[in-house]
Design a protein. Structure first.
Length: 253
């Protein structure tokens, strides 16, 4: 029960990693504000408030944060998790509308929340922020150019925000998930299942398997909790060892 009496916001809470994170925080005592594009998929309950917001829209984020403060009076934890992907294309073929869309949600959406929740946390002189980046932000080769660049941006935003906010006792960290079965990766899993090759999806991980949302939620909960009280500005890969090795074909014994 690490989050008793804590107020937490989780974005992208209707699906995948966000839903698992909201569940994990609530199971440890938090009152969770669930945020997504539509509230229809969001459960409401004693420990939940479900709010609609397009995180790419700064004015909408500002309004949402004010609503949360009106209701609860404080914000202890922010999980900046909502994200989108677009079809991968060579750098010479990318449409600028795809850049706007993916950066608008993945990077700017994250920044909007850090800005407006950060102001509340500064006044409180406490808070923990956990951003969901990706292994794609560490290496290329997953999700395409734009997605990778947006997640590299989230990793750096994590570090710069940690420097800006550390003096107020606010910690900012990121998780970098490897391949996880969620709404975002459904087409990949559907394709692999159709071909009977699902086990191959985890082949490049040292643990030889892909991950599940609850394993990312556990890492997010750790970084959001006082167990991580001396950790800030870090991007933790939660990827079954995927980024621990270059995994070059033919270079293993
Ligand atoms: N699934 C993976 O393998 C994987 C790996 C690395 C990182 N991630 C990251 O994890 C995070 C969660 O993704 P997921 O895999 O659970 O995907 P998902 O598609 O299952 O969930 C993402 C949620 O974000 C919401 N969302 C999208 N745009 C939004 C917006 N503008 N405003 C508010 N909500 C919005 C969606 O409606 C959805 O409910 C994302 O940031 C994603 O980039 C996922």
């Amino acid at each position: 029960m690490r989050f008793t009496d804590k107020i937490a916001i989780v974005t992208g809470a209707a699906s995948g990693i966000g839903a698992a994170t909201a569940k994990r925080l609530a199971s440890e005592g938090a009152s969770v504000v669930l945020v997504d594009l539509s509230t229809s998929a969001l459960p409401e309950g004693d420990t939940h408030l479900a709010l609609t917001c397009d995180i790419a829209d700064e004015a909408a984020v500002e309004t949402l944060v004010a609503q949360v403060v009106d209701k609860y009076g404080r914000i202890d934890i922010l999980c900046n998790n909502a994200g989108v992907i677009c079809s991968a294309a060579p750098i010479t073929e990318i449409d600028s509308s795809d850049w706007q869309k993916v950066m608008g949600v993945n990077l700017f959406g994250c920044a909007h929340f850090i800005k407006h929740v950060g102001r509340i946390m500064i006044a409180q002189k406490s808070g923990a922020i956990v951003n969901t980046a990706s292994v794609a932000g560490i290496r290329s080769g997953a999700g395409g150019n734009i997605y990778s660049a947006s997640k590299a941006g989230v990793i750096n935003l994590t570090k710069t925000s940690a420097c800006d906010l550390g003096g107020y006792g606010i910690r900012v960290n990121a998780v970098c998930p490897g391949l996880i079965e969620t709404g975002m990766t459904k087409p990949v899993f559907d394709y692999a299942r159709g071909k009977g090759i699902t086990e191959r999806l985890g082949e490049r991980c040292e643990l030889r398997r892909y991950g599940n949302p609850s394993e990312i939620a556990a890492a997010i909960a750790f970084l959001a909790s006082d167990d991580a009280s001396y950790i800030t500005g870090q991007a933790l890969a939660v990827d079954g060892g995927n980024t621990a090795s270059l995994n070059l074909p033919g270079m293993k014994y």
